[in-house]
Write a protein that binds this ligand. Structure first.
Ligand code: ZN
Length: 619
């Protein structure tokens, strides 16, 4: 009898949980930065705590934009239900559900008023588009696993707007679109890019599951993408399949937003990626070069980060804190694979790959913060490092596990190739470790440091634990450049511009004098100063504005020519800088000329870098 009663209770609870939360999001006011949400939440009488997602997957921190949730109201049967925010947890709302009530209505507006910086909580709307991250408007019962609470989402679109998403559409009435019910986990993992100027392009159509490039843009002219560029993304899909020997999605949508109104970044998901770049990203060669690794990077995350995930980042729901300790795998290996895939698919030439690698390797090799903070600490502290200003980052060290992780994985790749005499490579590790189990629908298979070591040892016997630990805990003033040396190259500095740095300078309206005077500017304002450089010793600091160079009104070309001219004489370069209304004259005693990093071929080693960049799929 008792067991039967328990079974009945379980059945009833099951019935309650089987009812999804209905979430209707109205985008009609998105052009003026208001997203209106209405939720119907199944409840039981008594105390109820609803929570708003705090720890956002892929952002590796407590970045849920709860400050932008406004107009929160709850009601049932036509009567308001009072709510009270938790005194300590700003993401929790307490309610008392009256007797007899089985569902409540919640109304909330998301004010999309953030600046065009940061990640998904940054600006996400424009006059003709909106990118929806469902975590911005989701409330769910506290203590519920995200994989178990169900949502039934729908969207109300402005007239004439179209959209792309990995969610499955089940019905449409006018501008109202209804999607298949999904878990909260899938919902938060499935953003929507919607807008008036929209194009969906099937890519690599011969491959199943199917892939789409969904482009939404500020204006119709920004949608122009050439057949050759579409083909490069087709190659990306084929090359990723060859590298990872599997796919872990039912369909994949690259949600590409081309807009000057939104924050620029990429955010990974199992079955899509939220990729946001400048409106002219396909029309400007510098922007093409700078953004070429974005889609390969975020696509790689479907395998590394979403399917295979560090145990500390695989949390039960969005209130549970994440541990970033293995981000040098999650982001570092992805940075490496993303850049390699960009070259293999033709999005970057081999020459451009090398220039970009030289630029990031040089930067890491000029980062005095590495003498107090090891790479491991940058990963462990990830949750507080994404929001830093960039000023004095060379002393602070920020999210270095991306670029330095890339150097370490290049080191791993070239070491495997050397030890195995070219028979094995990191391609094999990616295929077995990230492709584990062949094709699957989206799911999570966690890993630990020991799993990474074991995975590498299965490809090539070696003391990988010591190899990785040494690089993760090093306080050496120099970056791990072993992969570049093993790959057959040397990092050298010459007076001729680095292609990647030059594109960055154009993009930032600035000058990169990091390896000469020791600072870089944007609109003549100093962005950062390298510790112990000539500029540092003269007293220059971030935020100061260059007013004059050698007695003349400052401009970018004058700064470059002053550096070149100082090579031929012994007089210091004189700067006048303004620091919040106060002026200061500084003399920089530097005569080494312009310096830019490049990779130079070193015939002492085989050119493994060229082998690495070759496509795996025959053309
Ligand atoms: Zn990433």
């Amino acid at each position: 009898m008792l067991s039967k009663l328990l079974a009945l209770v379980a059945l009833l609870v099951g019935v309650v949980q089987a009812q999804p939360i209905q979430l209707t999001l109205d985008l009609t006011d998105a052009p003026r930065k208001i997203l209106r949400a209405r939720l119907i939440i199944p409840v039981q009488p008594g105390p109820l705590t609803l929570v708003y997602p705090q720890w956002i997957p892929g952002e590796h921190g407590p970045t849920g934009p709860v400050d932008n949730l406004a107009g929160i109201k709850f009601s049932a049967n036509g009567r308001d239900i009072p709510w009270r925010r938790d005194d300590v947890n700003m993401f929790a709302l307490h309610l008392d559900i009256p007797p007899g009530v089985t569902s409540i209505e919640a109304r909330a507006d998301f004010l999309a008023t953030a600046a065009p910086s940061g990640f998904s909580a940054g600006a996400s709307t424009g006059p003709n588009l909106a990118v929806v991250s469902w975590n911005e408007v989701a409330l769910y019962p506290a203590g519920t696993p995200a994989g178990e609470v169900r949502f039934e989402p729908s969207l109300q679109l402005p007239e004439g707007w179209k959209f792309g998403t990995a969610l499955a559409e089940v019905a449409r009435a006018g501008n109202a679109v209804h999607f298949q019910p999904v878990s909260l986990e899938t919902l938060v993992d499935s953003p929507v890019a919607a807008g008036r100027f929209f194009k969906e392009i099937p890519i690599a159509p011969e491959i199943s599951p199917k892939h789409f490039l969904d482009i939404v843009a500020d204006g119709p002219e920004d949608l122009e993408i050439s057949p050759a560029e579409i083909e490069q993304y087709g190659k990306l899909v084929r090359e990723a399949g060859a590298l990872y020997r599997s796919r872990h999605y039912e369909t994949y949508h690259f949600l590409l937003t081309l807009s000057d109104s939104v924050a620029h970044f990429g955010l990974e998901h199992h079955q899509s990626s939220d990729d946001r770049v400048e409106a002219r990203a396909f029309l400007d060669d510098d922007l093409k070069l700078l953004n070429a690794d974005l889609l390969p990077h975020e696509f790689t995350h479907s395998w590394n980060g979403k399917y295979r995930r560090p145990a500390g980042l695989a949390t039960a729901n969005y209130q549970q804190p994440m541990k970033g300790e293995l981000l040098w795998v999650y982001e570092g290996l992805t940075q490496y694979a993303g850049d390699v895939l960009a070259a293999r698919s033709g999005l970057r030439t081999a020459g451009q790959y090398k220039e970009a690698l030289a630029a990031s390797a040089a930067e890491l090799d000029h980062r005095p913060g590495r003498t107090w903070r090891d790479l491991q600490d940058t990963a462990t502290a990830a949750q507080v490092l994404y929001g830093t200003s960039g000023e004095w980052d060379n002393w602070r060290r920020s999210t270095d596990y991306y670029e330095e992780g890339e150097l370490i994985w290049l080191d791993v790749d070239t070491t495997i190739r050397k030890l195995s005499k070219g028979k094995k490579s990191l391609n094999d590790f990616c295929g077995t470790f990230l492709g584990l189990g062949g094709n699957t629908p989206p799911r999570v298979v966690t890993y630990t440091f020991a799993d990474v070591v074991a995975g590498l040892e299965a490809i090539q016997p070696y003391d990988w634990k010591a190899f990785l630990t040494e690089r993760l805990t090093s306080k050496s003033p120099h970056a791990p450049l072993g992969g570049i040396a093993n790959g057959g190259y040397r990092l050298e500095y010459t007076g001729s511009q680095n292609d990647y740095t030059r594109a960055t300078e154009t993009h930032d309206h600035g000058v990169n004098a990091w390896y000469s005077l020791g600072f870089h500017t944007s609109d003549q304002t100093v962005q950062d100063v390298l510790f112990d450089s000539p500029a540092f010793r003269a007293g220059l600091g971030p935020g100061m504005k260059l007013v004059a160079i050698n007695g003349r009104h400052a401009n970018d070309e004058l700064l470059r020519s002053a550096i070149r001219d100082a090579k031929a004489n012994s007089a210091p370069i004189e700067l006048i800088a303004e620091n919040a209304g106060f002026f200061r004259v500084m003399k920089l005693d530097y005569h080494g000329g312009e310096k830019y990093p490049h990779l130079v071929r070193d015939s002492a080693n085989r050119d493994y870098l060229d082998d690495i960049l070759k496509p795996m799929v025959a053309r």
